[in-house]
Design a protein around this ligand. Structure first.
Ligand code: TAP
Length: 487
């Protein structure tokens, strides 16, 4: 792990540190709420600190939105909907979305560094995945804004109105883009509530929205805790709620919205199976397993957290996987060599630690590569559990961390039965060289997305979402417009 890596040919060698400079980012000591096109303190004057999870040092003070702020933000969004934004034809809305996309590209390094500071994810991921995909979402939906009558929702679809959008901490900028881009393309106005531990890139995006000149109130950003999200969900002036987060909170929101006539989409948790058959290209599959569960420290709703490997190749796959994990580097998220960054919060670290301890207690075999852990910050080494049975908590519950549970199967039927033995249904992976088997599996796996011989691939044109306890509604693609349009 960090520091030295054994090579096949010779002695251990060192990576030179390659830290990304933070000079491009200027973090203000404190941030207000973004309401009606202006940044302003919360009515109560309340605020909280956002930390760098890699150092536990505070980055900034951020306003804590309360009920009166939600009232003001919803009123601003309504005024923009009834006024300047609502009056724009699609081709004019598209120009604003293109502008946002281009400014995100222009300021991409700033976004990437800020995201890694606030979230703890490796800079190579924020730089190469989060930020480019966020820009791509705005570009993609800009293209739909003047073509909504051809999107398959009737000849003259109308926006829903004011959208209240609540997002989690694992992809803070990207989730904001997933929410805002389709909503704005369809002509809605938005009130966005980022997660408490990762507000900074949403606030930078608010600045970009100001820079792009959107009519005041079209997008409002309310920072704060779960209570702020709850107040937004409950607000009678909101027409649609879009939520991404845990299944537990999703259920609470569904209860709160029931009977109100508000539209609702929920993108919730997952416990995906990544299924490796004995005819799969195994080295490629090992890369897919690593990407499936250790990308973004496993803080990924669609993470391939259950490896189902065919019994005849299980030992080979596990050996190669362990060898590969020995080359991953854990440490400073801003170092361009880092593969595994910090866990986003103490609370999440405690949850991962608790579930991993349960895995050991229940009899699974725990393994991690030798891995020095930095003295400060929140860290968890890449961890593999073998000998996992289906009843174990680590096979059933979403860990949302760098922890892989390995199970085996003998026949394709058994693989399907085990893969579907979960209350979730967000994603799955299949590794085999037989095209017919890929289709056979994809027809039977109860998951919103099935990747074949790859994993964690995202494209704004491709719809994403779940079944069962993973929620309902789709984000991305033409389908991602459905939640924001009335036919
Ligand atoms: P949650 O604890 O559910 O939080 C999500 C958001 O909801 C945060 O902004 C949170 O605010 C807010 N919130 C908390 N309680 C609320 C309430 N009662 N009413 C309204 N809003 C409330 O999830 P998380 O831990 O941040 O994120 C991890 C979860 O998100 C995982 O289960 C993961 O699978 C899921 N996720 C799903 C997807 C998709 S696309 N399906 C994508 C990413 C993540 P605070 O931050 O202040 O608590």
């Amino acid at each position: 792990m960090a520091g030295t890596s054994p090579t096949l040919a010779g002695p251990a060698w060192e990576y030179a540190p390659a830290p990304e400079s933070t000079a491009i980012v200027s973090i203000a000591p404190s941030y207000g709420l973004f309401i009606g096109g202006e940044f302003a303190a919360a009515a109560s004057g309340g605020h909280f600190s956002t930390l760098n999870p890699a150092t536990e040092e505070p980055l900034a003070e951020v306003a804590q939105a309360g009920g009166p702020d939600v009232d003001r933000a919803v009123a601003a969004a309504r005024a923009a909907y009834d006024g300047a934004w609502g009056a724009l034809p699609g081709r004019e809305r598209a120009k604003y979305l293109y502008r946002i996309a281009r400014v995100i590209q222009e300021r991409s390094r700033e976004f990437a560094v800020l995201e890694s500071l606030d979230n703890g994810k490796p800079i190579k991921e924020s730089r190469d995945v989060d930020v480019p995909l966020a820009a791509a979402h705005f570009f993609y939906y800009a293209g739909w804004a003047d073509k909504l009558e051809h999107a398959g929702f009737g000849p003259a679809p109308r926006p829903v109105g004011v959208a209240g959008q609540v997002i989690p901490w694992n992809f803070p900028l990207l989730m904001a883009a997933w929410k805002l881009a389709p909503a704005l393309a369809a002509g809605n106005t938005c009130v966005l509530k980022p997660a408490e531990t990762t507000p900074l890139t949403a606030l930078l995006l608010a600045e970009v929205i100001q820079q792009a000149g959107l009519p005041p109130g079209t997008v409002n950003v309310l920072t704060g805790d779960g209570a702020a999200g709850q107040a937004l969900v409950a607000h009678p002036g909101v027409d649609k709620i879009a939520f991404t987060g845990s299944t537990e909170v999703g259920k609470e929101i569904q209860r709160a919205v029931a009977g109100t006539g508000k539209r609702l989409t929920l993108e919730l948790g997952g416990k995906a199976a990544n299924v490796v058959f004995d005819d799969a290209p195994l080295d490629q599959a090992v890369e897919g397993i690593v990407n499936g569960i250790f990308f973004n420290q496993g803080h990924v709703c669609c993470a391939g957290s259950r490896l189902l490997v065919q019994e005849s190749v299980a030992d080979t796959v596990l050996d190669r996987l362990k060898r590969r994990l020995g080359t991953l580097r854990l440490g400073d998220p801003l170092d361009k060599n880092t593969d595994i960054g910090a866990i986003n919060s103490r609370q999440q670290l405690d949850k991962i630690t608790e579930l991993s301890a349960a895995g050991e207690r229940e009899g699974a075999e725990r393994w991690s590569p030798p891995c020095p852990i930095p003295a400060r910050g929140y860290w968890f080494p890449p961890t593999v559990f073998s000998g996992v049975s289906q009843s174990h908590r680590i096979a059933q519950e979403e860990i949302f961390g760098p922890v892989l549970s390995v199970l085996t199967f003998r026949t394709p039927e058994e693989a399907v039965a085990k893969a579907n033995n979960t209350p979730y249904g967000l994603s799955a992976g299949v590794w085999t060289e037989k095209g017919s088997r890929i289709f056979w599996m994809a027809q039977r796996l109860r998951a919103g997305v099935v990747w074949a011989n790859t994993y964690n691939r995202f494209d704004p044109a491709s719809p994403f979402g779940g079944y069962r306890e993973s929620g309902f509604g789709r984000e991305g693609g033409r389908q991602g417009l459905a939640g924001y349009l009335d036919a």
